[in-house]
Design a protein around this ligand. Structure first.
Ligand SMILES: *Cc1c(COP(=O)(O)O)cnc(C)c1O
Length: 329
């Protein structure tokens, strides 16, 4: 399949390592492989960088000099945007959900946002939920009035443009599988705004990876993700000289391991973080990757995957989100 990729800025450290988690594999009886997208950078770690390579190339090509995006107070995506904006010399405005606790020192991603010089605008959860689009437009109007040219990046950089990030990653995965001589039964990732799953699902189909992409939901239910992943793929349609039938691809979402809600994890998730850290020296985060990893282990226990199977876990990053939740560890 020849796909003409759009312009891309080389911002992530690629290709990321692909290795087997041998002690976890021994313990659970299935070959568990890990794609280390937590190593796309240092402070700049995680999955958002892959999407932003395409998003920011477009923003620059359009002559924009400022970026506006949104997310939770501890958003990994906002932190990545803040750091990349600084690196590219673009002013960054973050519209954040929730109010800062001013009695406490800034922590995790929020600390890095601040260090990177991002302009932080916090809104109460209700107001944010009710009028996010308006809040982003308001910010944009303000910047235009100051003579700037802003580019608005949607939540998680998940849209038709962001899909390119994990479509691009699938070329790496194809080479990884060939090198290790494996034919994985599944690729498992945490799914939050859907763009990573959309790119992987599309790449699996277009590059004949012959596997199944399983999105482990961390916030909304299966119906929401089915719709969102399909929407991102539809938006991507026709780009790169390729058209696809999203209904033929099969989108697989597991929403059984969300726990108490977005950003809230139960004791089993923190136990999973400890287990993976102590057996493999790999750090997962309580918001995304540990929920997905825990869900994957539960599915192995249930017999969804069996001895001899190869399962690939995409480590999408998120380490800085662990520190503000240190009290639960
Ligand atoms: C954003 C994020 C995800 C989810 O990716 P989406 O493309 O938004 O679904 C998973 N893991 C981490 C660490 C993230 O920051």
């Amino acid at each position: 399949m020849t796909i003409s990729f759009p312009q891309r800025l080389s911002l992530a450290q690629l290709p990321t390592p692909f290795t087997k988690l041998s002690r976890i594999s021994d313990k659970y009886g299935v070959n568990i492989w890990i794609k280390r997208d937590d190593l796309t950078g240092c402070a700049l770690s995680g999955n958002k960088i892959r999407k932003l390579e395409f998003t920011l190339a477009k923003a620059r090509a359009e002559g924009c000099d400022a970026l506006i995006t949104c997310g939770g107070l501890q958003s990994n995506h906002c932190r990545a945007t803040a750091l990349l904006g600084a690196q590219l010399g673009m002013e960054v405005h973050l519209v954040l959900r929730g109010e800062q606790d001013l009695s406490q020192a800034k922590d995790g991603n929020l600390l890095l946002d601040e260090l990177a010089g991002a302009h932080i605008h916090c809104f109460p959860v209700k107001e944010f939920a009710a009028k996010l689009e308006e809040l982003l437009q308001q910010q944009a109007r303000q910047l235009v009035a100051e003579g700037k040219k802003p580019w608005i990046i949607p939540t998680g950089a998940s849209d038709g443009l962001g899909v390119w990030g994990y479509l691009h990653a699938c070329r790496e995965l194809k080479a990884d599988f060939e090198k290790e001589n494996i034919q994985p039964q599944a690729i498992v990732c945490a799914t939050g705004s859907g763009g990573t799953q959309a790119g992987l699902t599309l790449g699996n189909y277009l590059f004949d990876l012959n596997t199944q992409v399983v999105g482990m939901a961390v916030c909304d239910n299966e119906a929401w993700f089915q719709n969102k992943v399909r929407e991102d793929i539809q938006q991507w349609q026709g780009k790169g000289g390729v058209t696809v039938d999203a209904d033929q691809m099969g989108i697989t979402v597991n929403d059984q391991y969300i726990g108490p809600g977005y950003g809230k994890a139960g004791a089993e998730v923190f136990d999973c973080i400890k287990e993976v850290a102590s057996l493999e020296g790999v750090i997962l985060d309580p918001v995304y990757t540990a929920k997905a990893f825990y869900g994957m282990l539960q599915e192995i226990k249930k017999g969804t995957w069996i001895p001899g199977d190869d399962i690939v876990f995409i480590h999408t990053g998120g380490i800085f989100g662990l520190f503000p939740q240190r009290d639960f560890v």
